[in-house]
Design a protein around this ligand. Structure first.
Ligand code: FAD
Ligand code: SF4
Length: 517
């Protein structure tokens, strides 16, 4: 008999969400997390600690295509990347599930439709307490229920931006947001509406992350066990290679092997591929479940641009991530191809600019960085990255990840940037200044920004071109599943976490049925 009914490797958006969904079944569930609990400490909300000293970026060393080592923006904690995320919880658009022709290539169709995921998007919005307003976003897909909580209000400068956008004929909307804010009853609101949210951990556990709303509720059930500091290093199979029989774990410095009837990998796209590739054996010489040579391929991470516009009036906004614009998602003036999503990111603060070359050289000495921060309106532009086989994760000889990647869809990303720039004059901003900045991470190496990584074990109906079937089960290994963003055949241009959560719930229902629970 196996030690557990289900072993889940990784506790982020995929694994943490799945754990909570399976927990009430009474089945014996083991969670393996290579990181520790993220310590609640004053530094959680210190801009210098988080953004200058990268306190919560886990030490890891990956290689680029040329073999040069770099430190990725990776977060190994209970809750995974959601501990630091901005909690903008968007659904993919309905058309994102079909094939979509872009200027620079094709975004392939998913093997499941939006309809298959819709009930789970609704459930994920409820589990992650999403605040939003239906009917404002022109590209919003149909939903079977309202948002469980009202939209987070705009502060005055962002309300002005919304009004100016509307006056110019655009359709700004309240961004869907996973913060436990109760504006109707402030004394009882868990969320305090601070400036330290996007990219920071939440000191008061009011962010809808996978630790607080996935792992902790799961652990209320006595049948769920969590091992922290427990890194899965290899999956062993039976002699014929059709079943995982053991998960080899480095746990607090010692090597252990645990067994589960079902094994679910959810380590984040790069690390899930790493685990499968590191589990090569005689039956799976190219890596576990990799007969198609697709494991690690089709890596995507969004063609994102953090840009800062200078407002003519000061921008004293505290919590800025409340507005989105999808008017150019599927195209725009003079460009019949998708461009992407415009949203706000956390309000920039002067300390964050230290070492940001474009800002220092473009503006100094005309503006002190302090003045820049007080007038900055910060946008995040996301264009869909397109999956190509050459963009891939492989393993270096020392066992570490090698990430070979070159950006796709640059034309559309450039168009989106110029679209926003052309609008600045109507929005109370200085029309000449739309300045790129490093959000989240102090690095000049773009591939280190792996926050939105996806696509290394894609799902599909054809085992020759995909790793997983539509239940996210490996085509070649009967009891092996992958439920993180690795399974995405395409990533769309909105933030990925809600889709990972919804899909984990969908796969969770399949697993419950398989377990007879
Ligand atoms: C700063 C930042 C801001 C973001 N903002 C947003 C946003 O606003 N909206 C949005 O939708 N998305 C956002 N994202 C992205 C979002 O957080 C990710 O898409 C999502 O968390 C991915 O879920 P996942 O389950 O694939 O991986 P993760 O959440 O990263 O979870 C993977 C887990 O596996 C663990 N692990 C890895 N390898 C092993 C191993 N071998 N053994 C055991 N455990 C292992 C890791 O420690 C981690 O806990 C942001 C990310 C960052 C970093
Ligand atoms: S805004 Fe709310 S959820 Fe975000 S860090 Fe502050 S208190 Fe936490």
């Amino acid at each position: 008999m196996s030690d557990y009914d289900v072993i889940i490797v990784g506790t982020g958006a995929g694994g943490g969400t799945l754990a909570r969904h399976l927990a009430p079944s009474g089945k014996r569930i083991l969670l393996l997390e290579r990181g520790d609990w993220l310590t609640r400490e004053p530094q959680n909300w210190s801009t210098a600690d988080v953004f200058v000293d990268n306190r919560y970026i886990s030490p890891d060393s990956w290689y680029d295509a040329k073999g040069k080592a770099f430190q990725p923006q990776i977060h190994y904690f209970v809750g995974g990347a959601t501990k630091l995320y901005g909690a903008a919880l968007y659904r993919l658009r309905e058309r994102d599930f079909g094939e979509l022709v872009h200027h620079d290539g094709v975004s392939p169709a998913w093997p499941i439709g939006y309809d298959d995921l819709e009930p789970y998007y609704t459930l994920a919005e409820q589990r992650y307490q999403v605040h939003g307003a239906r009917g404002e976003d022109p590209t919003e897909p149909p939903a079977s229920a309202p948002y469980p909580f009202p939209a987070v209000s705009h502060e005055p400068r962002i309300q002005q931006l919304a009004d100016d956008l509307a006056a110019a004929g655009h359709q700004p909307f309240h961004a869907p947001c996973g913060v436990m804010l109760d504006e109707a009853n402030p004394p009882y609101s868990a969320c305090l509406r601070t400036a330290t949210c996007d990219g920071f951990p939440c000191l008061v556990h009011a962010k809808a992350d996978a630790e607080v709303l996935g792992v902790r509720p799961a652990l209320q059930h006595p049948n769920v066990t969590l091992l922290t500091n427990a890194q899965a290093t290899r999956l062993a199979t039976n002699d014929v290679g059709t079943e995982v029989t053991g998960v080899v774990v480095q746990h607090n410095g010692t090597r252990e092997t645990v067994s589960g009837d079902l094994v679910v990998v959810s380590c984040g796209a790069a690390n899930s591929a790493k685990l499968l590739l590191a589990s090569a054996n005689d039956q799976h010489p190219g890596g576990l479940a990799n007969g198609s040579d697709q494991v690690g391929r089709n890596y995507m991470f969004h063609n994102s641009q953090a840009v800062l516009a200078l407002s003519k009036d000061p921008n004293p906004t505290v919590f800025q991530k409340t507005l989105g614009v999808n008017d150019f998602y599927f195209g725009g003036p003079g460009f019949d191809y998708p461009m992407g999503n415009i949203q706000m990111i956390g309000k920039s603060q002067a300390e964050m600019f230290k070492g940001e070359k474009p800002l220092e050289t473009k503006l100094a000495p005309g503006f002190a960085l302090r003045d820049v921060a007080s007038h900055a309106v910060d946008f995040w532009l996301s264009t869909e990255d397109l999956p190509v086989p050459e963009n891939r994760v492989t393993l270096e000889r020392d066992g570490n990840i090698k990430l070979s990647y070159s950006a796709r869809n640059a034309t559309a990303a450039g168009r989106l940037y110029h679209q926003l720039k052309s609008m600045l004059g109507q929005l109370g901003m200085h029309p000449d200044h739309l300045i790129p900045r490093h959000a989240y991470l102090k690095t000049d190496i773009p591939i280190a920004g792996v926050a939105h990584q996806a696509g290394t074990c894609r799902m599909g109906t054809d085992p020759a071109t995909s790793v997983l079937n539509t239940d996210c089960r490996a085509h070649e290994v009967d009891n092996l599943y992958v439920v993180d963003t690795s399974c995405f055949p395409s990533i769309g241009a909105v933030n990925p976490a809600l889709t990972a959560m919804a899909n984990a719930l969908r796969v969770g229902d399949h697993l419950l049925a398989r377990l007879g629970a």
